[in-house]
Design a protein around this ligand. Structure first.
Ligand code: S3P
Length: 437
């Protein structure tokens, strides 16, 4: 059912404490890497969002038993993994599901067919097909895009230098490498992309090693049986970023976000907020299931200044760029975002969609080949007039960016197809309503 969210119009102060949804990247991996153990594990604080449920349904089809003893805890029994599926494996809107499972399934010597929704079917899959083919995989595609058919094949390890820093490419190859008994697989990337796969594999007893070589970031893996161990998922910093930016730009806000994942490969948003002068502090830092976690306090920050965002930080905040673009409209000076050309390959072409939708609010944002140039305004005033309709192009992060822009608009705004927030943040509206007073 199509849903429209309506913002109230320049009124909402955010105050109080809240949890955010469990991490999406880790939730996918807890099922996928958890199933590599061929054992029984408990996964606590699992994200029941549309994307992660796509992964879950596919693992059931591949022979895993999955039960929920309570709302966000699941028991995964992978003793019968992996049997040949009897139907298409539908990945929905989820690039992580399709790319990681293609890596895993290529190494199982079975036949399967992976499909996706209209957005996923437009996204590039060559980036995984090419290196997996070098490993011996046999994958047919629609000119490098989904649907993908994986034929039976035996794989061998390779060394692969990825031209892009992509955790999905790296993880697809590491999963294939972990499941092939012939040789070692090494993946090198130009900057370090999120390393949840490496950490979780290590936590479950894999022999994976990470290293630096010739300025590149590498990981090496070969087949070792993994040990079933329970996993707990941390709060998703990408979902938290909508609250962080909301609080920084909405007058008088003061919030604490509890239990947020602080893996350094994901915390680029915190570095940017600090460098832009946001009033932010980290509290209660600790570790859980091999991942760092803590609370984040952020207050309304009237003296935000522009930033230059480029290079190694880009993979550390790639999913936060839509909301950072909105943040930049509220900062003094010109913000430049570069080296982020891969935004064109996300759930929507985010260079086009972010610029188009923020312009509707009156923002001065120009798209470039690999980012944006954003002219900020004096902060502390309701920048936007509002009274506009936002479209989200099957993209959850555009819907949520539009909602926050609506909160600093003088007149109410409508965000069309708001059901897309289910992809990563099912309780989005409730979370904001609870903080607004
Ligand atoms: C993800 C990796 C990133 C990110 C995506 C989730 C993951 O994609 O944008 O939302 O869970 O591995 P790329 O690997 O394409 O950069």
């Amino acid at each position: 059912m199509r849903r429209i969210a309506t913002t109230s119009g320049f009124s909402a102060t955010l105050k109080g404490e809240t949890l955010v949804p469990p991490d999406k990247s880790m939730s996918h991996r807890s099922l996928i890497i958890g199933s590599l153990t061929r054992g029984k594990i408990k996964i606590s604080n699992f994200l029941k969002s549309a994307d992660c449920l796509a992964t879950l349904d596919i693992l059931r089809e591949l022979g895993c038993e999955i039960n929920f003893p309570d709302e966000n805890t699941l028991i995964l029994n992978a003793q019968n993994a992996y049997r040949e599926p009897k139907k298409d494996l539908y990945c929905g809107n989820s690039g992580t599901t399709m790319r990681l499972l293609t890596g895993l399934l290529s190494a199982q010597n079975l036949k399967c067919h992976l499909t996706g929704d209209i957005s996923l079917s437009k996204r590039p899959m060559k980036r995984i097909i090419e290196p997996l083919t070098l490993m011996g995989a046999r994958i047919k595609s629609n000119e490098g895009k989904a649907p993908l058919t994986i034929e039976r094949a035996e794989l061998n390890g390779i060394e692969y230098i990825s031209p892009i820093a992509s955790a999905q490419v790296k993880s697809a190859l590491l999963l294939a490498g972990s499941e092939t008994s012939k040789g070692t697989t090494t993946v090198l990337e130009p900057y370090l992309s999120r390393d949840h796969s490496e950490r979780m594999l290590k936590f479950l007893g894999s022999n994976i090693k990470t290293f630096r070589k010739d300025g590149l970031f590498g990981s090496t893996i070969s087949h070792t049986p993994l040990i079933p161990k329970d996993l707990t998922i941390v709060g998703d910093i990408s979902s938290a970023s909508f609250l962080l930016v909301g609080a920084a730009i909405i007058k008088n806000s003061d919030i604490i976000l509890k239990g947020i994942g602080l893996n350094p490969t994901r915390t680029g948003i915190l570095d940017v907020l600090k460098s832009m002068n946001a009033d932010i502090e980290l509290l209660n830092r600790t570790e859980i299931s091999g991942e760092e976690i803590g609370d984040i306090r952020i207050r309304y920050s009237p003296d935000l200044k522009a930033a230059k965002i480029e290079g190694e930080i880009i993979p550390r905040l790639i999913d936060e760029i839509p909301i950072i673009a909105l943040l930049a409209t509220q900062a003094e000076g010109t913000t430049i975002i570069k080296d982020a050309g891969d935004l064109k390959n996300k759930e929507s072409d985010r260079i086009a969609s972010v610029a188009r939708e923020l312009k509707k609010f009156g923002a001065k944002i120009e798209p470039t080949e690999d980012g944006f140039i954003i002219e900020g305004k004096n902060s502390g005033k309701g920048l936007f007039k509002g009274d506009c309709e936002v479209n989200c192009y099957h993209d959850h992060r555009i819907a949520m960016m539009g909602y926050i822009a609506g909160l600093i608009s003088e007149k109410p705004c409508h965000i069309n197809d708001f059901e897309w927030v289910e992809t990563s943040f099912p309780n989005f509206l409730k979370t904001f309503e609870n903080l607004q007073n």
